[in-house]
Ligand binder design. Structure first.
Ligand code: ZN
Ligand code: MN
Length: 138
């Protein structure tokens, strides 16, 4: 569990001024590795911060994204998902339960930027789709 101080230091390391809202949103993402949506973050935080609006959560996430403190996943076509872990890792989307899992044991070769004549590739995103362990009953 990341403390308020940890989150504060983390924001400052990304040159982000740690306001109450920013600290709450960043802290939520650092402590919940479930790749939450804007709505989930808003619903989770609004009881502790009654003045929080969905727009503020949205704008805060955009700032965190811009500064590179979080990444946005487009793996779920219905909702953008957010991840405080910006290290190289793949994701698995379960079509049954909608959970997004981290997959760390992916061959490093798969993250290599391909050479496509006439294009400049700067990002490789690895998304897998299927049914998760718990939905399969394992
Ligand atoms: Zn599942
Ligand atoms: Mn992740």
């Amino acid at each position: 569990m990341k403390t308020f101080g940890d989150v504060h230091r983390h924001l400052i390391s990304y040159s982000i001024r740690p306001s109450v809202q920013r600290t709450a949103v960043m802290g939520y993402l650092m402590n919940h590795k479930t790749h939450p949506t804007v709505d989930e973050i808003y619903l989770a935080l609004s009881p502790e911060i009654p003045t929080l609006s969905k727009t503020t959560v949205y704008n805060t996430l955009n700032l965190l994204l811009e500064k590179g403190a979080v990444q946005m996943l487009t793996i779920d076509e219905k909702n953008a998902r957010f991840d405080a872990d910006t290290s190289k890792h793949a994701h698995f989307y379960c079509r049954q339960c909608g959970k997004v899992y981290d997959i760390f044991d992916v061959n490093a070769e798969m993250y290599k930027l391909p050479v496509i004549p006439g294009f400049k590739v700067d990002t490789v995103e690895i998304s897998y789709y299927g049914t998760c362990k718990s939905c399969l009953g394992h």
